[in-house]
Design a protein around this ligand. Structure first.
Ligand code: GLA
Length: 396
């Protein structure tokens, strides 16, 4: 009898542990994280002045109100370890220290993120966290870090799942809720194991600020990828994403100058339909109005942030013409009509392609024009300009 009671108590304990870790997963990154990261625009040129100005601009531009939250310093903030093994921020670029900077970001109502690396060195040769996982996590928590991007350079023969699990354990032990962004470029299929370690995982190598095509790195290694190349690599990964655990097709290039405004609108629409993290990568202090309007489009952001957390998928491809669809919590569909070609083209979404019966009448709203287009039965067609999208919601 005693034995049975013990087993019962143990079962209750295990169930409550499982429930609490699920609850934790739900509350952290329950929708795809939104924020800003320094890498795409500034690379190693980071400093506390820049980060403060970006935090100010995030508020002043209205992006905070639109849902952007995390300000993340990527590589190069760190220079060495001190005699006790503590990671040291660059004293010239961050003279007030990381705690003061995190406080500044928090005082703006925003959250603060840092970058480190699973291996001995970061991708820019700064000290990595290998062997210092618990010490670093404790330090981040003491500084007030809310988000950690954790890269995969200088990892030699390290095993990815166990290396990321180790930092996960260290973050848990730190006692602070820290969003954990796995950045191992999709090498070891992180969609299969990333959920138990992190909240998001990069699915590919780095994005580069162009519509399509691969670019070799200066050292001759392959490659950074154009926006549509990255898009293609998301096909098949849809079922691995959901609240608390997201596929990450890399940060946004919107506003960095390598694509047209229409192309950036397409980039943003496609990331939204993918339920991708929306991490701006441009200079928020100096945005053209049309770029601000893309990043701040509340209807498109609402598609990305839909609480159901369903990653959209490509439901039709006919050469350069594609239809992408995302089921939303309210039963509606978000749809992107994508023209990858160089001439205007008519693209049709048939209700049956998005899981609705053909006889259904539905209202269609254009999200970039912010306009109701009327009621349609069976399908909706639009003329889509080259390298552009039309993005709509379909509401039965
Ligand atoms: C890797 C990552 C990038 C960026 C750089 C920094 O390439 O994939 O996102 O963090 O390192 O060095």
């Amino acid at each position: 009898m005693k034995h049975r009671a013990l087993i019962f108590l143990l079962a209750v304990f295990m169930l409550s542990m499982a429930a609490s870790s699920l609850a934790q997963e739900k509350s952290l990154a329950s929708t795809p994280p939104m924020g800003w990261n320094s890498w795409n625009k500034f690379a190693c040129n980071v400093s506390e002045d820049l980060i403060r100005q970006i935090a100010d601009a995030m508020v002043a531009s209205g992006l905070k109100d639109a849902g952007y939250q995390y300000i993340v310093i990527d590589d190069c903030w760190q220079v060495e370890r001190d005699g006790r093994g503590n990671i040291v921020a660059d004293p010239k670029r961050f003279p007030s220290g990381m705690k003061a900077l995190a406080d500044y970001v928090h005082a703006n109502g925003l959250k603060f993120g840092l970058y480190s690396d699973t291996g001995t060195k970061t991708c820019q040769g700064r000290p990595g966290s290998r062997g210092y996982e618990f010490q670093d996590a404790r330090q981040y928590a003491a500084w007030g870090v809310d988000y950690l991007k954790y890269d995969w350079c200088s990892t030699s023969t390290q095993d990815a799942p166990s290396s990321y699990a180790l930092m996960r354990a260290a973050l848990d032990a730190s006692g602070r809720a820290i969003v954990f962004s796995i950045c191992e470029w999709g090498n070891s299929k992180p969609w299969l194991w990333g959920r138990s370690a992190g909240n998001l995982w990069r699915t590919t190598g780095d994005i580069t600020d162009k519509w399509e095509g691969k670019v070799k790195w200066p050292d001759g290694n392959c490659c950074a990828y154009g926006m549509t190349d990255i898009l293609d690599m998301q096909v098949g990964l849809e079922s691995f994403a959901g609240p608390g655990h997201w596929n990450d097709p890399d940060m946004l290039e919107v506003g960095n100058g390598g694509m047209t405004t229409a192309e950036y609108r397409a980039h943003f629409s496609l990331w939204a339909i993918l339920a991708a993290p929306l991490i701006a990568g441009n200079d928020l202090r100096d945005m053209k109005p049309e770029i601000r309007e893309i990043l701040a489009n509340k209807e498109v952001i609402a598609v990305d942030q839909d609480p159901l957390g369903n990653q959209g998928r490509r439901v039709r491809k006919n050469g350069n013409l594609e239809v992408w669809s995302k089921p939303m919590q309210d039963g509606n569909r978000a749809v992107v009509l994508l023209n990858r070609g160089t001439e205007d083209a008519e693209i049709t979404v048939a209700w049956e392609d998005v899981g609705y019966p053909a006889h259904l009448e539905a209202r269609v709203r254009d999200l970039w024009q912010a306009k109701h287009l009327g009621k349609f039965t069976g399908k909706f067609s639009a003329t889509v300009a080259p390298h552009s999208v039309v993005m709509v919601t379909v509401k039965p």
